[in-house]
Design a protein around this ligand. Structure first.
Ligand SMILES: [Zn+2]
Length: 701
């Protein structure tokens, strides 16, 4: 035993040699070892725990870097944040649905100091029909990093804790995006055969739910065998590799295999297609579907049962093996209760699981941490995961103590995470930053769109300072506080969006309120009725045709659609000088002389502009002009179809004269486009504009 301890040479001087580590009692090892290491840590790090973790998180590349002051949480904010995290966990683990994306959840959790801060792994199972199962050894979650640099920093900290880790071998496993379960096999008769006695979910890590019935009826028989057999000669070979303590060797009380339950990628895709074709409910994602299948089967709800009929088999990939000694399962550890043993060499444990227990495992041994990190990066890149039969959200690196020198025990575990394993997850594209302002922009059809102005924050290598808030209704629902913090998320190449306000920021009176008036012209904002039931649309609009922002955007759009090489800058100059007014037909009156006299134009650029306008006059179709006019709900396809049908802009204008004409175009454009067009034609200034443009284009042809 002393030889194990002497391997560890932490930089600080805590006499770790004095820590007694009883063999075979894994829980005991963890508690004692981590107590020693916590003591070591607290003597080295004088900052309070939260301040330390906040600065560590802000130093992590790929995420925000607000000052520590900004990151500090008041106690009321902390409790609001923690209850929000708990709500999210309940939704994720107990309700089989996600309220927010993983990226947003991770950003919030990071703000709270990581899950180590709250000491929570999953969610306490809700009261219900499932029996509760206490895990003899807690099912912990893993520390995760999003970047290669973060991974190597984590490793450096581990080496500082225990120098021998530097020479250790590692192994890599895919991090399956499934549901963690534990399978407990208990011996029958002669002690060489084991039968599946209990399957349980992770729950909060200590207390899970009994999902045995669902696993027995739905799990793939080859991946979750109902019985396993270990011939005595095979056991003799393996017990040494698995460093099984003597007291376990002759009579193993139970085998426990932990892993991820999931649906195979192609089988889940087939389920989704079949359900879509049948018009049935489609699960949000494979993980939610597995979670639902594991929990719903035991209910007496007949509808729930029938909804499970078409499910593919639940598959399983092992990632951990534990051996339990004989003894009362619920007895106190070491005092008549069973003891648990986790083999030191992870790759041997997984080989045993695969070769002897005949279960699926995917463990790749690597010669060093650097090799393992390289392999893990391949998993999170497309090339590494497309060949896999399951969805992954990263890879897990585990210390592989081939020499069985007790390294895993020495590095120990924290309250929520083992220190001998780390996950590399795809970069979290969400971060917390400060909302500096909410700006409301008016579009060319009067739609008012809120935009979040943010303190700069880096997301996946891109600095983000603006994010969409969708519309006023969504923005109001977020409970934003200007000057408070928000979570901003970026997925792929889409525009970053604010997904939520950090809970506990400001009180009700300080929440941002959506405007009732147009920020550009002060006209009241309205929500137009839509659909046959006249439900108000979510977008609020300014209805003034003279609204300066709308005029600007409509004029820019008009020029962009019809005149080559006439950008927004030039259009704004024409507008501010008054050469072009809100009436876009003015474009066709401009001359080289009138434009060349303007600031920012010369004869050459003025000539180019006028010739672009002349070219449009000669070649633009009625549909092109109609689309360029920004009639609400009139897309390019509808506008061109209508233009082709009616032939002239005057004919378009005359649609407003008589309902008799409407039947002619009903098959050409949709009812909502027609309704919008007629409302637009109700405005006399729009009819005059069409007349004027009709004259312009008649002259051009
Ligand atoms: Zn306005």
């Amino acid at each position: 035993m002393s030889s194990r301890v002497s391997h560890c040479r932490p930089a600080c001087t805590l006499p770790l040699r004095s820590v007694r580590i009883p063999l075979g009692s894994m829980y005991g090892i963890r508690l004692r070892a981590s107590f020693g290491l916590m003591h070591w840590r607290s003597s080295c790090v004088s900052r309070p725990r939260f301040a330390a973790s906040a600065s560590a998180s802000s130093a992590s590349p790929g995420s925000s870097s607000p000052s520590e002051k900004e990151q500090a949480l008041a106690s009321s904010e902390r409790s609001a944040l923690e209850s929000e995290l708990q709500r999210q966990r309940d939704a994720y683990y107990n309700l089989d649905k996600s309220r927010v994306s993983d990226a947003t959840y991770d950003a919030l959790e990071k703000l709270a100091g990581g899950h180590g801060a709250s000491g929570t792994v999953g969610a306490v199972p809700t009261a219900g029909t499932h029996a509760k199962v206490r895990h003899a050894v807690p099912m912990l979650s893993l520390h995760s990093e999003n970047t290669a640099d973060g991974l190597h920093d984590w490793h450096r900290r581990l080496v500082k804790r225990c120098a021998d880790v530097e020479r250790a071998r590692w192994c890599v496993e895919p991090k399956v995006d499934g549901v963690a379960i534990s399978l407990r096999y208990e011996p029958v008769a002669d002690g060489t055969s084991f039968t599946l006695a209990c399957a349980s979910s992770r729950g909060d890590g200590r207390l899970g739910e009994d999902v045995s019935e669902a696993v027995r009826s739905l799990a793939h028989r080859e991946e979750v065998p109902r019985d396993v057999h270990i011939p005595p000669d095979v056991w003799r070979t393996w017990r040494e590799r698995l460093d099984v303590p003597d007291e376990f060797a002759s009579s193993v009380g139970a085998l426990e295999v932990r892993g991820e339950a999931f649906f195979a990628r192609d089988e889940f895709a087939a389920l989704v297609s079949a359900r879509k074709a049948a018009g049935a409910t489609v699960p949000a994602n494979a993980r939610n579907a597995v979670s639902g299948a594991l929990r719903r089967l035991d209910t007496a709800d007949e509808n729930a049962d029938s909804a499970l009929d078409d499910l593919p088999p639940i598959r399983f990939l092992a990632y951990d093996l534990l051996l339990h000694s004989k003894g009362k399962e619920k007895g106190k550890e070491g005092k008549g209760g069973s003891k648990a043993h986790q083999p030191a060499c992870h790759s041997y444990a997984m080989n045993f699981t695969k070769d002897v227990l005949q279960m699926s495992a995917h463990c790749e041994p690597c010669a060093s941490f650097v090799d393992a990190a390289t392999r893990a990066r391949e998993y999170i890149e497309d090339s590494g995961r497309d060949s896999l039969a399951y969805e992954t959200d990263g890879a897990v690196l585990k210390l592989d103590d081939v020499e069985q020198s007790g390294l895993r025990d020495l590095v120990g575990t924290s309250r929520t995470e083992p220190r001998y394993a780390v996950a590399l997850k795809r970069p979290a594209l969400a971060a917390v930053t400060t909302l500096e302002a909410v700006e409301c922009r008016v579009g060319r059809n009067g739609q008012v769109t809120p935009l979040a102005r943010l303190s700069p924050v880096t997301l996946g290598g891109v600095t983000v300072t603006n994010a969409t808030l969708h519309n006023l209704e969504v923005a109001a629902g977020l409970g934003l506080v200007v000057g408070g913090r928000v979570v901003v998320e970026r997925a792929g190449d889409v525009i970053p969006r604010v997904t939520m306000a950090v809970p506990g920021e400001g009180d009700e009176t300080s929440k941002w309120q959506p405007p009732n008036e147009c920020p550009a012209c002060g006209s009241p904002l309205v929500r137009l009725p839509t659909g046959p039931k006249g439900i108000p649309e979510k977008i609020a609009r300014c209805m003034s045709s003279q609204c300066p922002e709308q005029v600007k955007h409509r004029t820019v759009h008009f020029a962009k659609q019809l005149f080559d090489g006439v950008g927004p800058g030039k259009v704004e100059k024409l507008l501010t000088s008054g050469v072009v007014t809100h009436d876009v037909a003015d474009f066709f009156e401009v001359t080289v002389d009138s434009v060349a006299a303007l600031d920012g134009f010369q004869t050459k650029s003025a000539t180019k502009l006028v010739s672009a306008i002349e070219s449009a006059r000669a070649s633009a179709s009625v549909g092109d002009v109609l689309y360029a006019l920004s009639v609400p709900n009139m897309g390019a396809i509808s506008a061109r179809a209508l233009g082709d049908e009616l032939g002239t802009l005057r004919a378009v204008s005359s649609l407003g004269d008589s309902v008799d004409r409407h039947a002619d175009v009903e098959g050409i454009i949709g009812p909502s486009s027609l309704k919008s067009l007629l409302t637009w034609l109700d405005d006399a200034s729009n009819r005059r504009l069409l007349e004027r443009l009709h004259d312009v284009f008649s002259r051009g042809s």
